[in-house]
Design a protein around this ligand. Structure first.
Ligand SMILES: *Cc1c(COP(=O)(O)O)cnc(C)c1O
Length: 389
C-alpha cells in the first residue's frame, strides 16, 4: 500500500514548535517581539528598509493598493495568469484590472504589452513572480519609472529568489509576500509588506491596526498616552498574531535549507522528466536564482484541456496530488460578468491555462516519491496518446 502523495505539505521543525511554545508561555500573544523579529528577518532578506507583517498576502495587497491611493476610476495593469488574489485586490478598492497577455516561456506578463496597456488612467503596474519566476521584473520596473507610476510586486510565490542577484521583493515600490501553508515558508496564515518608503510603511502599519496613530520611534511613553484610541484613518484588523510570527521566525531561520531542499526536488523532476515527450518543463533563465514555489509542467500544444483533466484524474486515482494551475482570472465567472471578458481575449495565457499540471512539490518529497510521480505522469500521458490514435 502506497501512501497518498499530496500536492503540498508544510515543513514544520522542532525550532518552530519551540518558538510557538515560548510565545504561549509568555504574556504577549499579539504585537510583540516575535512580530518584530519576523519583520526584521524578511526586511533583511529582501534588502528593504521596512517590513510590515499582516494577516495574509491578500490583506497585504489590499493595504498596498490603499497606501498608494488607488481607487475608483483608476486602472492597474496586471496579469490574467495568477492566483485570483493578485487582481482581486484591485477590485477591493474599486479600481479596474487591465490584463495583458503573458510571455509563453516565462509565464509572466509580456513587457511590451505592459507598456502598450498604459493610459492616463493607469495608476500602477501589479506584477507577479508567477511560480517564483522573477523574469522581466527589471523591465516592468523601468516601464513604471518611465511613466512615473509605482510598480507593485506580488511576491507571494517568490520569497528567497533573485534576478541578477537582486532579491525578489526589491523591485516594486511595495512588494507583498504570503505565508499560506503551500508557500515556500508558512505561518499558517500570514503575509508581509516590504518597502523602502517610510510614509508607505507607516500607513500600512496604521491600516493593519484599525488606523491607529503610529508613535514615532523613541517617543517617551507619557507622550503616547491616548494614542491607543486615536484613529488617524480608516483601518482594518489585518494584524498577525505572535503565534504565527513565531512560526515565521523559525521558518525564516531555516530559509536557506528550505530553498535548497526545494531546489533538489525540482532538479530531480527535471532529470526524470527531461526525456518524456509532449511535456514542457519550467525554464529557468541564467540570471535567475529560482525560489521554487510549485513544480508545474505543461503539455504540448496538441493536448486539449479535457485530455489534461483526464491525466490529472488518472494521477488522483493513483493517490497522487495534481492540479490545473491556474485557470485564467479573466475567465472566472464574476470577472466575465463584471467586465465582459471572453475566451480569446488573452490567447497565450488561455492556451497555457488549458495545459498546465502542478505536480506534488514540497521540501520533504523523497526521491522514491518523485520517481513514482514522474512515472505515473508519463504513463497517463501515453494512455491519452493511445486513445487519440
Ligand atoms: C498565495 C498568493 C496570494 C495570496 O496570499 P494569501 O496569504 O493566501 O492571502 C496572492 N497572490 C499570489 C500570486 C499568490 O500565490
Amino acid at each position: 500500500m502506497i501512501d497518498e502523495i499530496p500536492l503540498s505539505r508544510p515543513d514544520i521543525s522542532e525550532e518552530e514548535l519551540r518558538l510557538v511554545d515560548l510565545v504561549l508561555r509568555s504574556d504577549r500573544l499579539a504585537g510583540g517581539p516575535m512580530m518584530e523579529e519576523f519583520e526584521a528577518l524578511v526586511a533583511s532578506r529582501t534588502g528593504r528598509r521596512h517590513a510590515v507583517a499582516v494577516s495574509s498576502g491578500t490583506a497585504g495587497l489590499h493595504l498596498a493598493m490603499l497606501a498608494l491611493g488607488i481607487g475608483p476610476g483608476d486602472e492597474v495593469v496586471t496579469t490574467p495568469f495568477s492566483f485570483i488574489a493578485s487582481s482581486n485586490c484591485i477590485l477591493f478598492v474599486g479600481a479596474k484590472p487591465v490584463f495583458v497577455d503573458i510571455d509563453p516561456v516565462t509565464l509572466n506578463m509580456d513587457p511590451e504589452q505592459v507598456e502598450a496597456a498604459i493610459t492616463p488612467r493607469t495608476k500602477a503596474i501589479l506584477a507577479v513572480e508567477v511560480f517564483g519566476n522573477p523574469a522581466h521584473m527589471d523591465r516592468y520596473r523601468a516601464i513604471a519609472a518611465k511613466h512615473e507610476i509605482p510598480l507593485i510586486e506580488d511576491s507571494c510565490e517568490g520569497l528567497g529568489g533573485a534576478w541578477k542577484e537582486r532579491p525578489i521583493g526589491s523591485f516594486g515600490r511595495i512588494a507583498v509576500f504570503g505565508f499560506y501553508p503551500n508557500k515556500q515558508i508558512t505561518t499558517g496564515e500570514g503575509g508581509m509588506i516590504v518597502t523602502d518608503d517610510d510614509t508607505i510603511a507607516d500607513a500600512c502599519r496604521s491600516m493593519r491596526n484599525q488606523g491607529r496613530a503610529i508613535p514615532a520611534s523613541g517617543q517617551p511613553r507619557s507622550s503616547t498616552l491616548g494614542m491607543a484610541f486615536r484613529h488617524d484613518r480608516l483601518g482594518y484588523n489585518y494584524r498577525l498574531a505572535e503565534l504565527n510570527c513565531a512560526i515565521g521566525v523559525g521558518q525564516m531561520r531555516r530559509l536557506g535549507d528550505i530553498l535548497e531542499k526545494r531546489d533538489l526536488v525540482a532538479k530531480e523532476y527535471v532529470r526524470l522528466l527531461l526525456d518524456t515527450s509532449d511535456i514542457i518543463l519550467p525554464t529557468v533563465d541564467q540570471h535567475t536564482r529560482m525560489s521554487w514555489f510549485v513544480f508545474v509542467v505543461r503539455l504540448a500544444d496538441q493536448y486539449t484541456a479535457e485530455e489534461r483533466d483526464r491525466i490529472i484524474q488518472g494521477m488522483h486515482r493513483h493517490d497522487i496530488g495534481a492540479a490545473p494551475y491556474f485557470p485564467c482570472i479573466h475567465l472566472q465567472p464574476f470577472y466575465q460578468e463584471r467586465f465582459g471578458f471572453e475566451s480569446g481575449d488573452f490567447p497565450i495565457a488561455e492556451s497555457v491555462c488549458q495545459r498546465t499540471i502542478a505536480l506534488p512539490f514540497f521540501n520533504r518529497l523523497t526521491l522514491r516519491e518523485i520517481d513514482l510521480v514522474s512515472q505515473t505522469l508519463t504513463l497517463m500521458i501515453s494512455r491519452e496518446n493511445l486513445k487519440r490514435t
